[in-house]
Design a binder for this molecule. Sequence first.
Ligand SMILES: Nc1nc2c(ncn2[C@@H]2O[C@H](COP(=O)(O)OP(=O)(O)OP(=O)(O)O)[C@@H](O)[C@H]2O)c(=O)[nH]1
Ligand SMILES: [Mg+2]
Length: 592
Amino acid sequence: MFVVATAGHVDHGKSTLVRALTGMEPDRWAEERRRGMTIDLGFAWTTLPSGGTVAFVDVPGHERFVPNMLAGVGPVPAALIVVAADEGWMPQSAEHLAALDALGVAYGLLAVTRADLADPGPATARARAEIAATSLGAVPAVAVSGLTGAGLPELRAALDRLAAQLPAPVVDDPVRLWVDRSFTVRGSGTVVTGTLGGGRLRVGDALELAGADEPVRVRGLHCLGEARPEAAAVARVAVNLRGTPRDRLGRGDALLTPDRFHHTDLVDVRLAGDPAGDLPATLTLHVGSAAVPVRVRPLGPDTVRLRLARPLPLLVGDRALLRDPGRHHVNGGVRVLDVAPPPLGRRGAAAARSQVLAELNGRPDLAGELRRRRLVRAGALIRMGVPVPTGRDSPAWAVPVAGDWLADPAHWRQLGERLTEEVARHAREHPLEPGMPVDALRQRLALPDRVLVEALVRPPLRIHAGRVGAASANALPEPVALAVSRVRAEYGDRPFRAPEADRLVDFGLGPREIGAAVRAGALLRLADNVVLLPDALDDAVRVLAGLPQPFTLSAARQALDTTRRVAVPLLELLDRRGATRRLPDDARIVVT
Ligand SMILES: Nc1nc2c(ncn2[C@@H]2O[C@H](COP(=O)(O)OP(=O)(O)OP(=O)(O)O)[C@@H](O)[C@H]2O)c(=O)[nH]1
Ligand SMILES: [Mg+2]
């Protein structure tokens, strides 16, 4: 199927022509038929000589209804421009053409209608000249009469040729169906219609709807009045939604493949039209079938930041249009450069941003995004419309550094260096701690995710017990090593005597130092403030094994030449380690 939108001044014969081509009535409303004027979008379709189908989105020409016209042409890539032979080029001919141009519509046809009333020559010449200067370029022209039917076969043939020129739709693309109508069908519930420009819809699909917490389900699908299990782009579709109240959505909403779009209310765009400095502070942004008020902040000569009154699912590269509703003026098209732009807080940030934007062209550019964002999730980029290659063909810098995080290679290297510095600094400032806590590092490096810290740790650094330190974390900090060596010097020949609390203080062994020494295996802690040199355990077993078995606590104390303060916890430790066993009468034996 191929979809084409009409365009042209009021009363120039658009609806009459669609009616003559399709036999269907595009003016759906009684009021439209009473007034002989299109107010809202109309839909009709027919089979072309080739056997293909063309669906028309018929738009109103009256200047009051330009927003409706824009909702109709927004999602449609081809236009049938209608000019009346007897009236020629008129204001809304120009405004509609400006809109098509702003949206970058590249495929079209000119139909000069009411050719039974006047010579179509002058109107044709003028219209072709106007159209040639736009994104449509040179278009074929056909003189027709909706009244007599003259020229209709030629027009049908021209529509067939136009259809053959259109680029093939990408049916693997995610779905972004801009809703142009919503209504209720008795017994079925809410139905929305739209032009499916890419992707595929199936009955049963779950789709995302901005502002809804839950996905909406496709209960039924119709294409051109026929029920279908599935519809692939390009197609006019009517989607019956399960359990979605009619007032939950309408024109300007979009049904989306879940998790594939970023809803944004802030975009940086390039202007093709009025210069940034000439734009009023508030305008209306038209994109797809949506029309949203925006605040305009000029950044460069042809770049602006737009703050949208409500978020839209926009992608890098999207074309949209700015219009001043008060002045009936299409200010021009815009091309979306960034759907997640950085805040402009600092002084000079706007100027710097304008330089960045000057380099962008709206074509998704993964390497550039990584350079600018430095660290970003692949999923986030995909939702912005920047494809991320996967599999064997992807370049090394497009492979996630952790989870689905992608990093600019230079930035990642720098982060690795900073991590090493931070760990070294932490070791200097907290010599007794066994490394820097991962979360403290995460904050220090302003990283959004702990897995990034983990991925940055390289030998000789390592993560142990939630901290990042040197792999040789067993090495003692210098002051503690000194204290331990003094213990050894003083107690080496009486290994079962533990220094009293005040001696520990003399040595400089407070609770933290003792903790560090114990973790490093330089001291053995039997109880609070009761420490021995680590070889004491093996020595004790040897001494105790020399005693008549079983032996009492008092015999052990004497043999070890120590006090109860040491003997009691020492024997308990040996019990726990299975070196000794305590018998029911409290005597012990050495387990051999
Ligand atoms: N003689 C003659 N009259 C025509 C022709 N086409 C349209 N008309 C008449 O022109 C008037 C306007 O036609 P429409 O088809 O409603 O025009 P339109 O472009 O759809 O108008 P809007 O939707 O309001 O913008 C009607 O009275 C039609 O009967 C034609 O080819 N020949
Ligand atoms: Mg009409």
